[in-house]
Design a protein around this ligand. Sequence first.
Ligand SMILES: C[S@@+](CC[C@H](N)C(=O)[O-])C[C@H]1O[C@@H](n2cnc3c(N)ncnc32)[C@H](O)[C@@H]1O
Length: 287
Amino acid sequence: MSTLEAGASEEPAPQRAAERVLGTVGSERRWADSAESVAANSAWWDADADDYHVEHGEFLGVSDFVWCPEALREDDARLLGDIAGRDVLEIGCGSAPCARWLATQGARVTALDLSAGMLRYAAAAGEATGIDVPLVRANAERLPFAAGSFDLACSAFGGVPFVADIAGTFREIARVLRPGGSWVFAVTHPMRWIFPDDPGPNGLRVTGSYFDRTPYVEVDGDGHATYVEHHRTLGDFVRALTGAGLTLVDLVEPEWPEGLTEVWGQWSPLRGELFPGTAIFVTRRVA
Ligand SMILES: C[S@@+](CC[C@H](N)C(=O)[O-])C[C@H]1O[C@@H](n2cnc3c(N)ncnc32)[C@H](O)[C@@H]1O
């Protein structure tokens, strides 16, 4: 289920550097609280930062806002509305290409991520491009900002799939937004959790229950989590959003574009033609 990573298949996948460094020996479905999720995912993204950027750096660009493996761009989709002159928070920014693109459009952007390893890529790209975006290392569950600091918050697969406390995270995001502000985020489409994480034909076979919320956890030889990802149904997301005082404005399910051949982890033209891979929630803080 590993987000945006090479997924499980019948052929054993070659080990990623992060798996070697962290001693990952397998995966299971079991509960993992906030502390365990943060510790595991912080270490995972530090250790995976090099591989992630070798694999996906070109697709993501250095100053480009791509929402998802279906290659939907904010420049075309305009899910954030007016950007110029707005205070924007990007959550789970990775190397921060989205934040830099927003800055070029006239936004005042702050880019936040849990992983120092990912933020090192963001700092290097900031220097290389000369597009200066403040970087903050923090957990999305506890945002180090005053109430009402931002007009917009956004995330392309950052943070949300990895936090144990989704209701608390959305409350934090609503808190730092000004009344009427937007929170727009992309995640793996919840229905993908019923299939194995495989871009090929094996990934068309239902093997799990959509209703099973037990997290996907990779573990080391002692059973400690080395990577954690949390599953929520569409209804769970809507309830967590409304509970935080956010209203759902749109739910975008980008279709696989004709001519896009790039496989990204479990995202592929084969699967993209049949069912959605990404869900983008467009929400607004109730005034
Ligand atoms: C799949 S990457 C996406 C990065 C970037 N948005 C992109 O499109 O390339 C997920 C990012 O979420 C970050 N992340 C994971 N858990 C987080 C948390 N609890 N709070 C903030 N960021 C988190 C990771 O460090 C990683 O950079």
